[in-house]
Design a protein around this ligand. Structure first.
Ligand SMILES: CC(C)(COP(=O)(O)OP(=O)(O)OC[C@H]1O[C@@H](n2cnc3c(N)ncnc32)[C@H](O)[C@@H]1OP(=O)(O)O)[C@@H](O)C(=O)NCCC(=O)NCCS
Length: 406
């Protein structure tokens, strides 16, 4: 422990919503405001103490009606002073972990002593688009076509594959077949259900309750993740694969979800000065990239990079969280971390996503990097401490990771 340590002092998220669920019309900016206010409220921290807010998001078609700079809008709407500094960033699904890394760097470099990393997304609130060549510059005659950028969730217009296709093909290269991915999908649902029964994922730790105004009557109090579902291997085996993927289905993938998450970090020195109890120490963070097709390997590549920063090895980790962008991603990355050794692969599975992952909880893309970080942290806290790694992949072959000590 030393004064230059970067520590987490508050971490919270909304419950995650289904694509067509109760959050479906709440702008991601509003979800961002809710989590930022709650993260500060929990530690009674005045917004004027925050040097920088970094905000990760990756579906700009969702916040397009409100123009841009959602980070700036969030700080103003959350009651920060007008001279507060903020930045919006897009590193696909890595975005809110990247936001945390930028805060970590700023504090480590001495440029800041308090930062907030936030991420929010509401995929169900995404607009259909009319491209300028079709709409604004119009057609003299003919139908105007609308585009749904969520369809095939990929970067097809610039010639890249749907991510589900790449992930499925790479899983097969790693000898991880559809049955193994379905098993992991089922495990995610079952682990979440057990954890919830045990009192985890309830309001107070990572989850906050939110009020959703209704056109008529009282607001709905939304206080539990909506995406988890009961299923069986038999049902999972019958699902069709999506977007040309050889293995990925709605059952071994997350849905398209809504939610926000926020983490407050500061130097240990500042936490001491404010009398705040650190929840965890951020040992290091790492990021990486590779060929877009190999997106599924990026959590492993980023964890290895982070471990080498700290002179630690994989055996030093008590717990791992790897975002289930698909079951294929978590399994490919675990196999890569195990260097293809069957015994090591199985041992790593035992300590990974032990309370379920995004397949059950949901994956509101920009919010997930901060979500896996806090899920890891709260589980380490429940166990009385330990060291863990969280990692996430992002579209077009990006990755991000963090190593935490509790
Ligand atoms: C997979 C996807 C296309 C499904 O979208 P959807 O059709 O709106 O999803 P639904 O929840 O209606 O599920 C589709 C079907 O699968 C079934 N299903 C989904 N999960 C299931 C499960 N765990 N067990 C059994 N059946 C399941 C649904 O009941 C539904 O069946 P129906 O068609 O008979 O009603 C969409 O969620 C998606 O694109 N997910 C991936 C998101 C992604 O790529 N994120 C980024 C990663 S980098």
């Amino acid at each position: 422990m030393d004064n230059t340590d970067v520590v987490i002092v508050s971490a919270v998220r909304t419950p995650f919503g289904r694509f067509d669920g109760v959050l479906k019309e709440i702008p991601s900016i509003d979800l961002g405001v809710m989590v930022v206010k709650e993260a500060l409220r929990r530690i009674q921290l005045d917004p004027s103490e925050v040097d920088e807010l970094y905000y990760g998001t990756c579906i700009p078609a969702e916040y397009a009606p409100y123009l841009n700079v959602p980070a700036r809008q969030i700080t103003l709407l959350a009651g920060f002073p007008a001279d507060s500094v903020s930045m919006t960033l897009d590193r696909a699904c890595c975005s809110s972990m990247t936001a945390l890394r930028l805060g970590f760097r700023a504090i480590r470099s001495g440029e800041a002593s308090v930062a907030i990393a936030c991420g929010a997304e509401n995929m169900g609130n995404t607009c259909h688009l009319v491209e300028a060549g079709n709409g604004r510059w119009g057609k003299r005659l003919g139908h105007i076509q609308m585009v749904d950028i969520l369809f095939e969730l990929g970067y097809g217009k610039k010639g890249f594959n749907p991510v589900a296709l790449d992930a499925g093909e790479v899983a097969l290269e790693f000898k991880i077949d559809r049955a193994e991915q379905d098993n992991w999908g089922l495990r995610s649902q079952e682990r979440w259900a057990t954890a919830y029964e045990e009192g985890k994922f309830k309001v107070g730790e990572e989850i906050m309750a939110i009020q959703i105004p209704q056109r008529k009557g009282d607001p709905i109090v939304f206080d539990r993740d909506e995406p988890p579902r009961k299923t069986t291997l038999e049902k999972l085996g019958k699902l069709r694969t999506i977007y040309g993927s050889p293995t990925v289905t709605a059952g071994n993938a997350p849905g398209m979800n809504a939610g926000g998450s926020a983490i407050v970090i500061m130097s240990r020195k500042k936490a001491d000065k404010l009398g705040l109890q650190p929840l965890a120490t951020v040992e290091t963070m790492a990021w990486d990239a590779a060929e877009p097709k190999y997106m599924a390997t990026l959590p492993a590549k980023s964890i290895n990079k982070a471990l080498s920063n700290t002179q630690k090895c994989i055996e030093d980790l008590d717990l791992i969280e790897i975002n289930e962008a698909f079951a294929a991603v978590t399994l490919v990355s675990l196999k890569a971390l195990a260097e293809m050794d069957a015994e090591k692969y199985s041992a790593l599975q035992e300590i990974t996503n032990i309370n379920g992952g995004a397949i059950a909880i949901g994956h509101p893309v920009g919010a997930s990097g901060a979500r896996v970080t806090m899920t890891l942290m709260y589980e380490l806290m429940r166990r009385g401490g330990g060291c863990g790694a969280a990692a996430i992949c992002g579209g077009l072959g990006q990755g991000e990771s963090i190593i935490l000590q509790v």
